[in-house]
Design a protein around this ligand. Structure first.
Ligand SMILES: [Mg+2]
Length: 434
């Protein structure tokens, strides 16, 4: 255990919903639910106003509607979330070079690398408060909750304690006092199955877990998990903050207007992207060993899977085969809105076999995207009207789309309805850039 509270965990509060409330003034202070708009969708984020009605992440849209029928259900605007996240991560990197993002709205920061005069509780508390203020400024009013402690585990536990818009600092030496009364479910990796096994062994709290021998835990949960829990129950967590490394990679990705559900189509798209990656690699004289696919699901969950080849390649056919097999391991039944292929671990290495293999017939030429419904108006989407300016889709149906004309900079704005094919009305979505 570190002897100072030098690990900071920052978590933006109800992030997606908070960005929507920032950009849609008429929704401030009201229940907002991002996700769960379609028949099969689940809730991605609920604002705190909606949480009061028992709506939470991963709940089905139907359930959320039953609990909070008057909430604004929005389909989500990833471009806005990503842009806001970038600003926050920049603030964190201004503080310390050691920043480890966990998702768009969460990161660890190693304050030991921040060049502070000392790491006393008073000093890190001051840093935490300044950071929260700075985040509030750069995001146009979003709030973050911060936990500061001597390890990643404790910092993350601490950031859950005073949500939203709060901060908890765990003074070194008091970690176990904090942990002991807590339920074992606060330990990362303790999901429903593990909780149930522990419960059957009469273990509910961390204090109870601490009394169990390592051998017993290994017997109950297996070697890796059992030993890991034994250490965490003692607040022993030495994991370092690992900054995102600049990996040399070449990747191609696409976002789609309609959620893709057809597996053959997805494979075809990956195949085509893999070819393009191969072409770019050859043009730059690169080859690489690690093939990664990126898949963003309809609810914004982003998954990636990698596989490392025995030797470097720049062949699109090979990259495509690996990419398709990686896709095979993922559950994409709910629909996919982004697909990408990349190769990393690049070497400035010119392939000796300049002639390569004959390209095999992998079907990439037959890929035809379903004609994107050019005029779809998902709830919450950004639009621009030639005369009225910027607004968002309030609702649509029966050939009519209703728009609320307001932005983060305006007050609550007027509502107008148009024909869904009105040429003066346009969807607005900046191109993806990551
Ligand atoms: Mg969060």
């Amino acid at each position: 255990m570190r002897t100072t509270a030098s690990i900071l965990h920052l978590d933006l509060d109800a992030f997606f919903a908070a960005v929507e409330q920032r950009d849609k003034p008429s929704l401030r202070g009201k229940p907002v639910i991002v996700g769960g708009t379609g028949g099969r969708g689940v809730v991605s984020t609920a604002s705190y106003e909606a949480r009061k009605y028992g709506v939470g992440s991963a709940m089905s849209g139907r359930e959320a509607r039953a609990r909070c029928p008057h909430a604004a259900f929005l389909s989500g605007r990833f471009h806005a979330y990503r842009a806001t996240s970038k600003e926050v991560m920049r603030v964190l990197r201004d503080l310390s070079p050691l920043v480890e993002p966990l998702s768009l709205d969460e990161a660890f920061v190693d304050l030991a690398a921040a060049g502070l005069p000392d790491l006393d509780v008073a000093t890190v508390s001051e840093v935490g408060e300044q950071l929260r203020e700075r985040v509030h400024e750069v995001t146009g009013g979003l709030t973050a909750t911060v936990g500061i402690a001597s390890s990643k585990f404790l910092a993350k536990v601490a950031s859950e304690l005073d949500k939203p818009d709060g901060m908890t600092v765990v003074p070194p030496g008091t970690e176990l006092d904090l942990l002991r009364p807590m339920n074992v479910t606060v330990i990362p990796g303790v999901g429903p199955a593990t909780t149930e096994r522990l419960r059957r062994a009469g273990i509910h709290t961390i204090a109870e877990l601490e009394l169990v021998s390592q051998e017993e835990l290994v017997r109950l949960l297996g070697q890796a998990h059992g030993a890991g829990l034994w250490h965490l129950a003692r607040a022993q967590d030495h994991r370092p903050v690992l900054p995102e490394r600049e990996t040399k990679s070449i990747s191609v990705e696409g976002t789609y207007d309609t959620d893709l559900t057809d597996r053959r189509l997805m494979e075809g798209l990956l195949t085509r992207q893999a070819r393009e990656v191969g072409t770019r690699m050859r043009k730059n004289g690169y080859s690489g060993r690690t093939v990664t696919i990126k898949v963003r699901l309809y609810d914004f969950t982003t998954l990636s899977r990698s596989s490392t080849l025995p030797s470097p390649t720049d062949d699109g056919g090979t990259i495509g085969r690996v990419a398709r097999s990686l896709l095979g391991d993922l559950d994409t039944t709910g629909g996919v809105r982004l697909l990408g292929v990349g190769v990393s671990g690049l070497a400035d290495w010119v392939q000796e076999d300049l002639f390569g293999e004959e390209p095999d017939d992998d079907g990439a030429d037959e890929v035809v995207l379903p004609e994107p419904p050019r005029r779809t108006w998902p709830p919450g989407a950004d639009v621009v009207h030639d005369e009225m300016g910027a607004g968002w889709v309030w609702g649509s149906g029966s050939g009519v789309v209703t728009v609320r004309f307001e932005t983060a900079e305006t007050g609550p704005g007027p509502v107008r309805s148009y024909k869904a094919d009105d040429p003066a009305l346009h969807r607005y979505e900046p191109p993806a850039d990551d």
